[in-house]
Design a protein around this ligand. Sequence first.
Ligand code: NAD
Length: 361
Amino acid sequence: MNLNIGVIKGDGIGPEIVTEAMKVLDRTAKIYGHTCDYTQLLLGGASIDVHGVPLTDETIAGAKKCDAVLMGSIGGDAKTSPWYQLEPSKRPEAGLLAIRKALNLFANLRPAILYDELKGACPLKEEITEGGFDLMIMRELTGGLYFGERKTVTEDGVLTAYDSLTYNENEIRRIAKRAFDIAMKRGKKVTSVDKANVLDSSRLWRKVVEEVAAGYPEVSLTHMLVDNCAMQLVKNPKQFDVVLTENMFGDILSDEASMVTGSIGMLASASLNETKFGLYEPSGGSAPDIAGKGIANPIATILSAAMMLRFSFDLDKEADAIESAVAKVLKEGYRTIDIMSEGKTQVGTAEMGDLIASHLA
Ligand code: NAD
């Protein structure tokens, strides 16, 4: 298979960590008889330096021609970088929001995996984390409270603010389908999170999710109220497989879930649209404090590349191989500085990429 991949190396540690992910992708492709065709695209600070704007039509058109895009992080140090002298709409982060919108990326996936070897970094008690956990938060990204009508007015002399939370059944159905498709590739369990005891939008959410579930008899569905879910994520994260939820609940729960894993350099993510296309990137930022030092952890980006193989190319075997190579390297005691602990072997960005590539087969 020829994999037509757009690459946005980005800013800060972006180029370093994306280079390692490409190294692992190339090695995987070689082992399994595929070829990778990369198109380099500019976004964020790197685009400002060349074009004066964080996102060009050329980058959008280039991304649309690819089957998937692998991205490093974008942005710089807001205190020292000249990019932040520009007006907000011309800064690096504006490019990121605009490309997500231009590509209609409505489903955000954030896996939270606790490897047994890294459980020391997890703030939860050992009896809760024993054996690790592996869950996926699936957040609706383009609707709900963050995109609803809002206004601030004075009513009877009192300042009053309104934000509206709106979902239509189509928006709910398309993300629910995505969640069930993904559950079929994992533990076949969906927990749909809402606030149906209070909100109309949640009652519609629950109804449509149940309709979609009827088409997936192999997947078990449970509903959970968002306040309970926030508690369960720290009380018993092992109970979850795919957690499906709307935009604001997902914003909060995905950060909570990732924090219980303990390390930002390990967190992959993906944003998908209605087709197989997706944008795959580490959850962390561009880490300008360590950029260029060769010490950044490339694992989040490498795991994002594995997600790309699984969800955009349906190459599950290849994705499994990358994920188990990461687990093997951790088991053998290799660590980048951010996940280093006593008695382990510290390695740099490129060495970690080499190790994972060499453990693929
Ligand atoms: P950050 O995630 O870049 O860094 C926070 C801390 O985590 C830093 O100490 C950093 O060194 C460390 N860190 C992050 N990734 C790491 C890795 N792979 N390996 C080792 N250590 C790692 O967050 P920040 O400092 O708040 O933001 C820096 C820049 O990144 C800002 O311009 C921000 O806007 C941008 N940002 C971009 C994205 C994105 O591209 N999706 C996301 C978040 C932040």
